[in-house]
Design a protein around this ligand. Structure first.
Ligand SMILES: [Zn+2]
Ligand SMILES: [Zn+2]
Length: 332
């Protein structure tokens, strides 16, 4: 296998596949800016378009991860310089309240917006399907439970995988790729321990909570790279669709190494990477809440269709102004 990069990769991938594969794509459920939509709407659209152009029927089955187990905000010694030495600033996305106040949580607010905008692709390609899955529901799968335990027990093993497959610099500390979220104060800071008896133990640094219980009794944060392996296995994924920043992290090699180390029988997926979306000032369209813009999706699709580069600038004409996000919608 080789990585499938940007538009050229998309065209090559279309030749390799039948059109009825399972495609995995994920999103942190707190926004739907242009940086997200390239992987969630634009590339799915183009995959289907070029499948059909080549005479195949687009029947792709999209598994969309709603990443509520990821860190609320990344923290660490230097998150840019040492991206594998990071942990949650406060909590997991699961516990972030809806800032707009109209829903219980930020995931409850954004998931319907994500679902509505993705499922609209069915208007153009009626045989495709979507399944939206919150990370926090994966705990019901034994494979997820075991890999999560491994991640709690032995994070250094995973640091070695990351080091061996990436050009990024690493520190020997702190190294943690999953943790319990305090059941009392919902903060991520404390000691998470996998015990010999199969239970887990939590001691909070922020409040007085100390608790032992079964794995399924707790909520977690979990670094997306090991967590992806759980999803590849559980959903029998054929194709991963990810932003170009994952490719520069080394994810092509990292994912293969995770499979080899923890689950050699898991299918190695085709990995398609999208260009990275930059805002007009040349900065990466951020995962933070400033420096994000909504795209005019139909114009954005036209701009990305045939675009060969690895980075694309969201120029003024591609931006959708004055968006009422709850009603954000597009016409193809
Ligand atoms: Zn809301
Ligand atoms: Zn606590």
């Amino acid at each position: 296998m080789k990585p499938y990069l940007y538009f050229e990769g998309l065209c090559e991938l279309v030749k390799e596949i039948k059109g009825d594969e399972t495609v995995h794509v994920g999103i942190r459920p707190y926004g739907f800016h242009a940086g997200n939509t390239i992987a969630l709407v634009v590339y799915p659209y183009l995959l289907c378009k070029y499948l059909e152009k080549s005479g195949k029927i687009a029947k792709l089955n999209f598994v969309v991860s709603i990443n509520d187990w990821e860190q609320d905000v990344l923290d660490g010694p230097n998150i840019k310089e040492y991206p594998f030495n990071v942990f949650p600033k406060n909590t997991s996305i699961y516990y972030i309240k809806d800032e707009k106040g109209c829903c219980e949580s930020v995931a409850d607010h954004w998931q319907p917006i994500i679902e509505r905008n993705m499922t609209r692709l069915k208007e153009s390609f009626k045989d495709i399907s979507f399944r939206f899955v919150r990370n926090s529901t994966l705990i019901n799968h034994v494979f997820c439970q075991n890999l999560l335990l491994q991640t709690l027990k032995n994070p250094r093993e995973q640091l070695e995988i990351l080091k061996a497959n990436s050009n990024k610099k690493t520190l020997e500390d702190p190294v943690q790729y999953a943790g319990i979220i305090c059941p009392e104060c919902h903060r991520a800071h404390g000691k998470s321990q996998a015990l010999e008896n199969g239970n887990v133990f939590w001691k909070c640094n922020e409040c007085s909570c100390e608790k032992e219980g079964e794995l399924k009794q707790f909520q977690y944060w979990w670094y997306h790279k090991p967590m992806l392996l759980a999803r590849l296995e559980i959903f029998n994924v054929d194709i991963t669709l990810s932003g170009g920043d994952h490719f520069s992290d080394g994810d092509f090699g990292i994912r293969k190494a995770y499979i080899n180390k923890y689950s050699p029988s898991t299918k190695e997926p085709y990995m398609l990477f999208t260009p990275t979306v930059l805002s007009a000032d040349g900065q990466k369209m951020s995962k933070s809440r400033n420096n994000t813009e909504f795209a005019n999706i139909s114009k954005f699709i036209k701009a990305v269709d045939g675009y060969m580069g690895n980075e694309i600038i969201l120029t003024e004409d591609l931006i959708e102004k004055n968006v009422d996000e709850k009603n954000y919608n597009y016409i193809l």
